[in-house]
Design a protein around this ligand. Structure first.
Ligand SMILES: *Cc1c(COP(=O)(O)O)cnc(C)c1O
Length: 372
């Protein structure tokens, strides 16, 4: 699925130099490397401020805290996403309200969101699942019309763009994870929230550092914040890795294209290819099959490792209790979770490996007795 040991030698050298630079500086938390990476990532995304934090989930929680969204407030989220998206809402003290997805793209369904909106709805969290950026102008105007704050979970969509506008720049806040396997990954946990709003950026800087005032050096703790600071090491490593991101995204696109052209199987549904190639960075290439488990076993026998993102919809996890949801149910999210399979799609796959994946899928024989 992912093989980070295959990273190119020049990148490894750049990372080693970054580590040496930090060691020589003798400063390890929230200093110049963090500021530098915050600036460059915010700039690449086309917004004014970046606030480096401990991980992607904290970026979402801190965004909500900085927006003043908490107990009594509802945040609309898709029922098919990383559990961390929803957990961030719970941790902020707000109520996640689950909307269903569109079957084709597995992204949030507008019709379902219309059904769950209420007088307590404060924010809408759009998740660019698998790296796909869609309908952002529609979401922006929808949120505007309904007085909702738009938050983008960009953990899988580094530099996905639409008409030149980059993921994270559409909403009031964009939240990124730099977990090692993401399109831009650190060598450990790291995250960032980006925003054009100076007040949110300032509050987020407070929240990540025990709620301590960031202006004037008074040392006052203004809110009961978190400890979610970004390390100098991770920031320096991310700066070293950033110049490689676009090339790696292009490599993922090329693999996705080969899969889309090569896989032909009546029992395997391919994800739709995007209208604009830049709008999808293919963090994951996810197919659906009514016999997902048999397909996964078959591929495993062929030497192809796969994954499932995610095998359960959000509401099937005991940790979120019984959250409010679309009154018509969340059937499409449930069906997607039961049938989705993530194929290997990382920048270091060789052509013959991609061919092997394609051939192995095309040779898959439906098991008898299984109901499609
Ligand atoms: C990875 C991920 C997160 C959480 O990021 P962490 O850095 O692991 O906390 C949140 N949302 C989505 C969609 C993710 O893929």
């Amino acid at each position: 699925m992912n093989d980070l040991t295959r990273e190119p030698e020049p990148l490894r050298r750049a990372m080693t130099e970054a580590v040496e630079r930090v060691i020589s500086s003798g400063s390890y938390v929230l200093d110049r490397e963090v500021e530098r990476f915050e600036r460059s990532w915010a700039e690449r995304c086309g917004v004014r401020f970046g606030v480096g934090v401990g991980n992607g989930m904290d970026a979402l929680e801190i965004a909500l805290q900085a927006l003043g969204i908490g107990p009594g407030d509802e945040v609309i989220v898709p029922a098919m996403t990383a559990f961390a998206s929803v957990l961030a809402v719970i941790r902020a003290g707000a109520t996640p309200v689950l909307a269903d997805i569109d079957e084709e793209t597995a992204l949030l369904s507008l019709e379902s969101v219309r059904r769950v909106i209420s007088g307590r709805s404060r924010a809408l969290m759009v998740v660019h699942l698998y790296g796909r950026l869609e309908r952002m102008n529609a979401w922006v105007s929808f949120c505007h019309d309904h007085g909702l704050v738009l938050i983008e979970d960009c953990a899988q969509a580094h530099l996905a763009s639409r008409n030149g506008a980059v993921a994270g720049s559409f909403g009031r806040v964009g939240a990124f994870s730099f977990y090692p396997t993401k399109n831009l990954g650190a060598l450990g946990d790291a995250g960032m929230l980006i925003t054009d709003d100076e007040t949110i950026a300032r509050k987020a800087r407070q929240w990540r550092d025990y709620g301590r005032s960031v202006s004037g050096g008074s040392g006052l703790h203004l809110v009961a914040g978190l400890n979610s600071r970004l390390d100098e090491l991770q920031a320096a490593l991310l700066s070293a890795r950033l110049p490689w991101l676009e090339g790696f995204n292009a490599a993922r696109r090329a693999i996705a294209m080969l899969y889309a052209q090569g896989i032909h199987h009546p029992g395997v549904r391919l994800p739709p290819m995007p209208e604009e190639s830049d709008s999808h960075v293919h963090h994951l290439f996810v197919v659906n099959s009514p016999q997902r488990d048999a397909l996964q076993t078959h591929l495993n026998h062929c030497g192809v490792k796969t994954g499932s993102h995610y095998p359960l919809p959000v509401h099937w996890h005991p940790a979120c209790g019984n959250p409010p949801r679309d009154p018509l149910g969340l059937r499409r999210a449930e069906r997607h979770a039961e049938s989705c399979l993530s194929l290997p799609c990382h920048p270091f796959l060789e052509g013959y490996e991609v061919e092997r994946v394609v051939d192995s899928i095309n040779r898959f024989i439906f098991t008898r007795g299984a109901t499609p």
